[in-house]
Unconditional design. Sequence first.
Length: 232
Amino acid sequence: MMKGFSLLEFLVATTFFLIVLVSGYQSLDWQFVLSRTVLEKTRPEQEANYRLLILDGLLRDCSEKLDQEAFFRGVPIFFHDLQFGTEVREDAFSIVRLLQKKIAFTRTGNSLQISMSGALQAGNTVLLAGPVETMQWDWAYANITKIVTQTDYRLLQLEYLLEKPAPVKGYLLHAEIHGFLFKNQTLYWISPDGQNAPFWDRLDQFAFEWNDKRLTVSWKNAGTQGVFTSSL
């Protein structure tokens, strides 16, 4: 003959079931907290890797173009500021990215004469290289202020960005200037047209060092810190 459960047995069984249920819930909750903690710890690292890959790609793209144009080797394309090295800073640097194929030029009065090829426009920045008046090879950066089109050539009027002798003939390349400025725990990217945009935020610390074509970046973010080196 079957015997029913007593009230005491029912309460004991129910209590045991609740203990198992709560223990399982606590285990799941602990796993959730652990997963969330791991994600929070790795997110800054993933963010850092993503930003540094972009920066490394920009550096390599700049150097590869320079290597393709042997005439421009020796021209600096990294500066410790946003003004082509005229004001060395610890919180800012800039990189020159070269575009298009080189275009021959000769100075005519206060203008440069070039062929009809290329897609240069007023407002573009250019890198010039060639002999100066003393016939020594040198380089210069300049902004194009005006382009006058003639029958079979064009004249460029320039605003030179450094006070130094400018080449009287040689070759020029269209150039983009990418700047980076660390301010208020944010590394800002300054686009070639001068617009600022956050590139890497929530940084407790950011520093860089340029030595012999090698950029070393160190940072600290949400307890995560690291060092990254990229070579041109």
